[in-house]
Write a protein that binds this ligand. Structure first.
Ligand code: ZN
Length: 295
C-alpha cells in the first residue's frame, strides 16, 4: 500500500488516503465510514490502531466496488504522508562509502541526533529559510523508516515487525548553524527542513530495504548516488538500538543517514539557493521534489 495525506477542495483538513493507481486516491475515512468502519483522518492515528492494515484493506475493497471516497489524483494535493510524528530520530554517518570518503572510521554503534517534528513538510511544498539566519543550506538523501507499532527493547529479529513502511526523506541541514552551535538540533530543525514523501510505502511492497538505489539531484544534476546496501546499521539494527533507550511509537520517523556527495563537502561546495529544485529518489519508494525559497 502507498499511504499518503491529501487535501481536496471539499474539505479544509488533510485526510489520509491510499494511492491505488497513478491516477486514483482513496480517502480511507470517507470510504471506511460508508462501509461501517471508523478510520482516523491522520496517518499517525491510523497506525496507532493495531487493526489498521485490515481496516484499510476493507475500505479499499468497498471503494473499489462503489467508488465511494475515490478521487482523481489530479484533483488532490499531496501533503506530508506523516505530518505529526511524536519524534524524528536521525542517524549520523551511516553509509560505508560516506565514511570512507571522509576518511572517518566505521562507527561501532549508531550515532543518533534529532530534528523537531515541526520541521516536517511534504512533497510539492517549499523548503524555505531566512538567508540572514543561515547561508549554508544543504541536502541529504535519506531512507526514512516509519514506525508502525510501539517498540520498546525489541530484538533485531523482531524489529521489522514494528515498521509500517518507508518514505523518501531529505535531511535538510543549515551547516553554519549545525557546526557553529556545537549542537546540531537548531541547524537540523528549521521549519520545512524535514521534507518527506511522496507516500508511505508499506513493508510488504519492498522485498529488501537494504538493496535500494538512492540518489539526490539539484536542478537536475545528480550529486548523490549510492545504494542502501552501503548502510552500516540496517533498519532492524537501528530500530532495536533506539528501542533499548526510548520507546518508539506509531508514526515516529527514523532518518537513516545519507550517502556521499552532500553539498558542503563537494569541491567546490554546492549550497542551496532561492529557486533551486531538489529531488531525492529511492528505488521502489518514489521521488520527492521540493523547491527552495528564501523567506
Ligand atoms: Zn542526515
Amino acid at each position: 500500500m502507498r499511504i499518503g495525506q491529501y487535501e481536496s477542495a471539499n474539505t479544509n483538513r488533510p485526510w489520509c488516503g491510499v494511492s491505488t493507481t497513478d491516477e486514483t486516491v482513496v480517502n480511507l475515512s470517507e470510504a471506511g465510514a460508508q462501509a461501517g468502519l471508523e478510520i482516523p483522518r491522520a496517518t499517525t492515528d491510523l497506525l496507532a490502531d493495531w487493526q489498521w492494515r485490515r481496516k484499510a484493506e476493507l475500505a479499499l475493497e468497498y471503494a473499489e466496488e462503489t467508488g465511494t471516497g475515490t478521487y482523481d489524483a489530479e484533483d488532490v494535493t499531496r501533503v506530508a504522508p506523516v505530518s505529526d510524528p511524536n519524534k524524528i530520530v536521525c542517524v549520523g554517518l551511516n553509509y560505508r562509502d560516506h565514511a570512507e570518503e571522509g576518511d572517518n572510521p566505521i562507527p561501532d554503534e549508531p550515532v543518533l541526533f534529532s530534528k523537531f517534528p515541526t520541521a516536517v513538510t511534504g512533497p510539492e511544498s517549499t523548503i524555505s529559510w531566512d538567508p540572514n539566519l543561515t547561508e549554508k543550506v544543504d541536502y541529504e538523501a535519506e531512507l526514512v523508516v516509519v514506525i508502525g507499532s510501539e517498540a520498546r527493547r525489541v530484538s533485531e529479529d523482531d524489529a521489522l515487525e514494528h515498521v509500517a513502511g518507508y518514505l523518501v526523506g531529505n535531511d535538510v541541514s543549515a551547516r553554519d548553524l549545525q557546526h557553529g552551535d556545537g549542537q546540531w538540533v537548531r541547524g537540523k530543525s528549521l521549519d520545512t527542513f524535514a521534507p518527506v514523501g511522496p507516500e508511505l510505502v508499506t513493508t510488504d511492497e519492498l522485498e529488501d530495504p537494504h538493496d535500494l538505489e538512492i540518489w539526490a539531484e539539484v536542478n537536475g544534476d545528480r550529486l548523490q548516488e549510492s545504494t542502501t546496501d552501503n548502510l552500516i546499521f540496517g533498519v532492524d539494527e537501528l530500530v532495536s538500538f533506539c528501542s533499548q533507550a526510548f520507546t518508539l511509537e506509531p508514526g515516529d520517523l527514523i532518518f537513516t543517514g545519507t550517502p556521499p556527495g552532500v553539498g558542503v563537502y563537494r569541491e567546490p561546495p554546492v549550497l542551496l539557493e532561492d529557486g533551486d529544485e531538489v529531488t531525492i529518489g529511492i528505488e521502489g519508494v518514489g521521488e520527492l521534489t521540493n523547491t527552495c525559497r528564501f523567506d
